[in-house]
Each structure stands twice: as structure tokens, then as C-alpha cells.
Design a protein. Structure first.
Lengths: 372, 372
């Protein structure tokens, strides 16, 4: 993958949750400097599809997927914090996953890669910070799948992170989101080009259709209504085929889906998608409430979005209730963004001040700019 | 199709909205008797996939898709009303559609069938009642796509229906539901077995995947959570393939999808799905409000369901507002059913008394049974 050479990596023996012993590479990027006390580190886990390139850095000056949130003078100010973002185990941007060579066979793992769990990804993040000699994190943070991973991390390693930021996350997958992801995976696996995971060229059609279904679950009907209404694509872009793209909303989904299919590996998608279904924090204690009582972080921020179909607000409320009961200091924000599950990537005006507040940033708040 | 021989049919020249002249067969079923004044008829339009077999009848004693709502002593009491349900033009249960033989070529139409609109389906229903010499309907009624059709009917033929019942319907498709249906169609068209509509055996895989996406849009996340939680299928039904069915919700969707693929033709699905996208009542007057002022029915019942993702409640509210402004007597019911868009097929306890009330039925109401 193109960004891999720009990444730092660690390697080392690692036992996965299903018992497999691996020797994986974990790719990561960092921003800022680790201080002498090694107490200013922030560990950032990603959603399903991003790489470790969360923001531009000296290694890679291109914009990252959370460019507005991370950097000098930004909400997570890298003049203050040493931020580490890892590429999830099982992904395809430098970390070991289904696209890597299986040392036992000398060929690509494909679907012979062991089952990946959210706990495995959390453990691989822990391995990275241990390689830095970091014993305590200022916070562990993540959004979507990354929020699941951050939660798993603070339960598995309760003495490490002092803070937890969970954005549009949950403690376990519910059947509606499982059903959506299961259908995405079946669409990919039904593409004849998938070839039971042994493709040489990507199953582009399956990936494109799965991504479109993803987009439907990541955004909201209200946003679509406001953005697209019943607008048709201009005549010069119509093909005359009555089943081809006609409405602007169809064109939008098509453009996004085509962009995605070139960047993400199909088998990696299957593995990480499945990891989200399998995750249930209740596995760590017998119930959600008991598991949440094991969260090590004392200061917690939970953010949820009212229009999120995939990680609905009652799931963030479940975390807030459990963590409050367990005596943690919980800051809960329910946002009215229209952008659904994707809001944390888009609606910066609502997210920026909250992240800034948690990380005590000194940037001007929108309200302060106009104060008299 | 198996039920076609049990249906009544009309034939006759017919100009479709796109200008094509056809000589279609319109299949229908009836229940009850048309009275001497011919003023007790009810015209029922269906959703996308049902046949005209709404309830058991002397012609076909098997249960119909709205068995509990239609018949002797039922909410639409066939001792009082003469009910006609038509199989939509473009469908595959006896009416002319893509599976019919194109007289110009001697072979199946496939995707050479003209574009079908909701207005065409409404017109074909009108042709059926005219064949009976019916000038006035007690009511026109429909759910989902059938509700769109019923609305189109009372706008196109304002002097015919005295009443309108619109269940989980709308005045036009919004981009989120267009996007879902567009993706369903693309999934079907991407199945190599579809062969540009010239398949000999059904594109089963595409139909199954499209149906699963349909199920996700027809039900609700809350219902799935209550019914399935994170239940796994028993070990004896697991295949060991980690991407195969594991959760009960996946098994449920798979069973429903397999059932559907045997009964509905893929090209018919494409045509009727597209008809829903194209429908915009505003085409009849320049705006939704102006179009609704042309509704002929004076007495209207609108029913919507809070958990409906595909025809969300604000769409029924739009109808209620427009029709109230236009001076119609509007009865609006917003139901809290968990079954989403499918509630009218499932949550009979909530729908039965409303339909009964509109049709002045004499059946015992649940409340009355226990009155003191």
C-alpha cells in the first residue's frame, strides 16, 4: 500500500484472541513529542477503513482523515500531546492483515488470516505504546469501530489510560447494524471476482455495492433530503438507460463508492467488519454493566449523534449510564448533526469545541471569537 | 405464474404515461358483490411485490396478503363492500409486464417493456372498474406503493373515489428511499445471471441480496433488537466458515430472502421499484400542495408508523397538512408499531380498528369485547 513506507512499525510475537500466534507488523503514525515523564501520550484508534494517517505530519504532509482535529493549535494540540494513531491489525495500510504474506505458505493470507477481534486491535495498540515505554496514556480515543477499540483497551488495560473519549461508538453491536454489515460482506463475497478471497484483481463490483450500502448507513435521510431533494443529474450525464443513474443522490453514492473501491482491500474489509459484529463488552465481566465497571479511565467523554442509524444514541446512553453508575466522571454530548454516523468526519463545528474541551486546548472557541 | 389462471382479467388498448400504446392484461380479484347502485366498490392497490390475492376467495381459498383485513365480518366487510384488488401493471402475477410476450417480437419484453409509472398503475385500476360500469368508488385504498397509487388515482380521476385510505404512503419519493431502491436494482443488475434482463433462470443471488436490503428498510432496528438481540444460531446450523451465518438476525434475513427469490421476477422488480422513485404528486399541479388540492376524495384516512425508515412519518404529515389545507376531512393516525414500513402486514391489532372505523364495520373492537 502506498502509505506503508511512510509509517513507523513495530513487530513482535502476539497471541490473538482466537489463540493464533502471530508476529505482526503494526503500522502507526505519531504527532508531537513524548515528554520526559511519558505522560502526555494519546492513543487514537480508527474506524473500519482509515489508515493511521489521521493528520499531516513531517513524514506525510498530505491531509489526514481527521486533519482538522489533530495538530499544532488544533483541538488535540500536538504542542501538548504525543499522539499515536495505529493502523488496525487486519487492515491493509501497513499493518499485518489478509493482504500480508502468510509465513507458513509463502502466499497471501486471504481468508486464512485468523479471526480478528476488536480486542486484538486494542492489544496491538497497547504493544505500540509499550514499545515507546509508555505506561500511562493521557487518553485513549476513537470513533466508530475505533470507539469500540478504545473501550476495549481501557477494560483490557485498566491502569493505562486516564481518559477515554468514545465518539459514535458502543459497547456491543446490535442486530440491525450486524445485519447491515453482514449484507455488505455477503455482497462482496457474492462478486464472482472475489474467488473465495483468492482474487488477483479486486472484486470491484462487490466493493462498490457494499460501500453504497455503507454510505446509506453512515449518513441520514434528513441530510440526503436537504442536499439532494429530487434533483436529477443533468441531461448530458444521463445515459438513456432507464435503470442507470438518474437522480443526483444516485450519482453522489456512485462517485463515493468508486473512490473507495480503489483504496481498500476486500478481505480486510470482511475481517474488520466482522470484528465489529463480534464485539460485546459484556464478554468482559458477564454483563455490560459489570464490564463497564472495569473501565480504567476515570474521566470519560461520550459523544453520540441523534441521526446515527448504525450506532444509535441509546447505545451511547447505555455507556453513559454504566460508566456513571461505576463512578466515572462522564461528560455526555448528544449532537443534532444531520450527518449521522459520519458526523465526526464532517460536522467539525459541533465536534471541535468538545474535543478541545476534553484536551484543554487553547484554540479560540467559536463563541469566544465574538465575545465583547 | 401459478395464480394467474385463477384471476379475472380485462384487456384493452391503453396509452402509458411515456406515450407507449399497449394492449395489456390487467389481472384482478374481487370479493363481495357489487350492489345495484354500483356505489359499494372499494379499489385496493398493492405494494410492490404482492399479487391481487389480498384475501381468500371462492376462486382461490389460500390465504391472501391482507387476509385479516378483508372478508366477511372483517374490517373491510365483504358483506357490505365489493372489493377489487388489481395486480399492478408491470408485475408478474397475471398482469402484463416484463415477463409477458412482446407482440412486436414474439419474445418476452424483458427490459424492452416501457417505463411503468405509478400513474399507469392507477389508470389500469381505473380501466378495471370501468369494465364493471363503476362510476363511483366508496374508497380507493393502498399501502406503500399502493398508497402512492391510490393517491395518484384520486388526483387523476377526482370524481371517482369518495374516500381515500393511504397507509404508510407518501406523495413522492425522497432521496434516501430512492437511494435504497437504486442500490437494490443495481445489486440485481450486477448479478451476472441477470444478463441485461434476458435471463432464462432467475438472477437468484441478486434478488436474494436485494431482498435482504429490502427487509432492512421494511422493519426497524428496535424490532430486530427485541427479537434477535445478539443471539447466535445453534452450533448444528453453523458451517464453520467465519463469514457465513452466525447471528440469528442473519439467519432470519436469509430465510426470508430465499423465500422471496422464488416468487418474484427480477425485471418486474426493477420496473416497479423504479416507478416508486419516479412518482412525485407535485407533477400534477406544480407543487405538492397544489396537487393535493386536486384530490377528489372528500374523506381521507392517513396512517403512518413512527419506525418507518422508507416512508417516514413526516411524509404522511405532508399529506395530512396539504389535504387539510385543501378542506378534506382528514383522519390521521400515527402508530408506534415496532415493525416499521411492514407494520400494516404484521401489527394487525393497531391497524384493524382504524380500517374498521373507516369502513364502518360491525366487528367487535378489542376495547368493546371487554366493556362493562
Amino acid at each position: 500500500m502506498t502509505t506503508a513506507r511512510k509509517l513507523h512499525r513495530i513487530e513482535g510475537e502476539f497471541m490473538m484472541q482466537n489463540g493464533s500466534i502471530m508476529d505482526p507488523v503494526i503500522a502507526y503514525e505519531t504527532w508531537g513529542n513524548l515528554n520526559f515523564l511519558k505522560d502526555n501520550a494519546v492513543l487514537l484508534f480508527t474506524g473500519l477503513s482509515p489508515s493511521a494517517h489521521a493528520a499531516s505530519s513531517t513524514l506525510d504532509q498530505s491531509n489526514g482523515w481527521w486533519e482538522q482535529m489533530l495538530g499544532k493549535g488544533k483541538p488535540i494540540d500536538t504542542d501538548t500531546y504525543f499522539v499515536i494513531c495505529i493502523n488496525s491489525l487486519g487492515s491493509c495500510f501497513g499493518s499485518t492483515g489478509p493482504t500480508s504474506t502468510n509465513p507458513a505458505t509463502g502466499i497471501r493470507y486471504g481468508i486464512d488470516f485468523p479471526v480478528v477481534t476488536i480486542e486484538d486491535i486494542a492489544a496491538s495498540g497497547q504493544a505500540v505504546i509499550e514499545a515507546f515505554g509508555i505506561k500511562h496514556l493521557y487518553a485513549v480515543i476513537g470513533s466508530s469501530m475505533g470507539a469500540m477499540t478504545a473501550l476495549a483497551h481501557t477494560v483490557l488495560y485498566p491502569h493505562v489510560a486516564k481518559g477515554l473519549v468514545s465518539i459514535s461508538g458502543n459497547g456491543r453491536s446490535e442486530p440491525f447494524s450486524i445485519a447491515i454489515r453482514s449484507l455488505q460482506r455477503e455482497i462482496i463475497r457474492s462478486d464472482p471476482e472475489w474467488k473465495n478471497g483468492l482474487y488477483n484483481t479486486s472484486p470491484v463490483m462487490g466493493m462498490r455495492l457494499a460501500r453504497k450500502l455503507g454510505m446509506l448507513s453512515y449518513r441520514s435521510a434528513t441530510e440526503f433530503k436537504q442536499r439532494f431533494g429530487r434533483e436529477r443529474v443533468p441531461e448530458e450525464r444521463q445515459t438513456g438507460d432507464s435503470f442507470d443513474i438518474d437522480f443526483e443522490v444516485e450519482s453522489y453514492l456512485d462517485a463515493h463508492a468508486k473512490k473507495f473501491t480503489g483504496t481498500f482491500d476486500a478481505n480486510c474489509y470482511l475481517y474488520l467488519s466482522r470484528a465489529m459484529d463480534l464485539f460485546d463488552i459484556a464478554d468482559h465481566g458477564g454483563s455490560v454493566v459489570k464490564a463497564l465497571s472495569k473501565v480504567g479511565a476515570q474521566r470519560v467523554m461520550i459523544i453520540g449523534v441523534e441521526t446515527d442509524l448504525l450506532f444509535p444514541l441509546h447505545q451511547q446512553e447505555e455507556l453513559v449510564e454504566g460508566l456513571s453508575t461505576a463512578g466515572r466522571e462522564v461528560h455526555f454530548h448528544r449532537l443534532s448533526s444531520l450527518q449521522g454516523h459520519d458526523a465526526f468526519l464532517v460536522d467539525m463545528d459541533q465536534f471541535r469545541p468538545l474535543i478541545c474541551d476534553f484536551f484543554n486546548c487553547t484554540m479560540n472557541q467559536p463563541g469566544q471569537l465574538h465575545s465583547i
